[in-house]
Design a protein around this ligand. Structure first.
Ligand code: AMP
Length: 177
């Protein structure tokens, strides 16, 4: 069985969460299986052609595999957090979600100038979060290395949007719906 099929059997659909009409892809069920979690980290790593300088991931579900991936590749990890969570001086960006509005923050000075940074999140839906994360990282001096997701809800067509904004940047995902 392919990893994609294996993951599709384990990822749980939660209907009408967190709002009516949303089918939430619950990845906590993947984390129950350490061997599968390891396979996911390896597959995310194998998709990378040239090593980035750092991995940035988006709170909070992006941290699950983002930190493991950074550790696996021996790379610095940069958390992009919800408003008010980071204790130091921050830069902030607002964006639209599939189900509402949000903002994320980054610690100023944690990106070194011209670092090639990979943007990781658990899931790509409309693309708003990933593009906002990339813009915030660029504001802090990063070059966007690639985008990495476990799941791509490809029927929402975020990939063409990201490709338009970042034509030369790779986008990898393990599971497509
Ligand atoms: P978007 O900005 O629309 O691409 O939304 C991506 C972010 O929202 C990710 O951080 C996901 O964790 C979360 N998200 C959006 N839609 C879903 C969904 N249907 N199932 C699980 N997570 C979702």
């Amino acid at each position: 069985m392919s990893l994609e099929q294996e993951l599709k059997e384990i990822i749980r659909d939660v209907v009408d969460f967190p709002k009516d009409g949303i089918v939430f892809k619950d990845l906590t069920t993947v984390l129950l299986y350490p061997e599968l979690t390891k396979k996911v980290v390896k597959a995310l790593a194998n998709a990378i052609k040239e090593k980035p300088d750092a991995i940035a991931a988006i709170e909070s579900r992006g941290f699950w595999f983002g930190t493991l991936l950074a550790q696996h590749l021996n790379l610095p990890f940069i958390p992009l957090r919800k408003k008010g969570k980071l204790p130091g001086a921050t830069d902030e960006i607002y964006y639209d979600l599939e189900y509402g509005k949000a903002s994320i923050e980054i610690h100023k000075g944690h990106v070194q100038k011209n670092w090639k940074v990979m943007v990781h999140d658990d899931l790509l839906a409309t693309g708003g979060t990933a593009i906002a994360a990339a813009q915030l990282l660029e504001r802090q001096g990063a070059k966007i290395h690639s985008f990495s997701f476990l799941v791509n809800l490809s029927f929402l067509e975020a990939e063409p949007l990201i490709k338009k904004a970042y034509p030369a940047v790779a986008l990898n995902s393990l599971v497509n719906y």
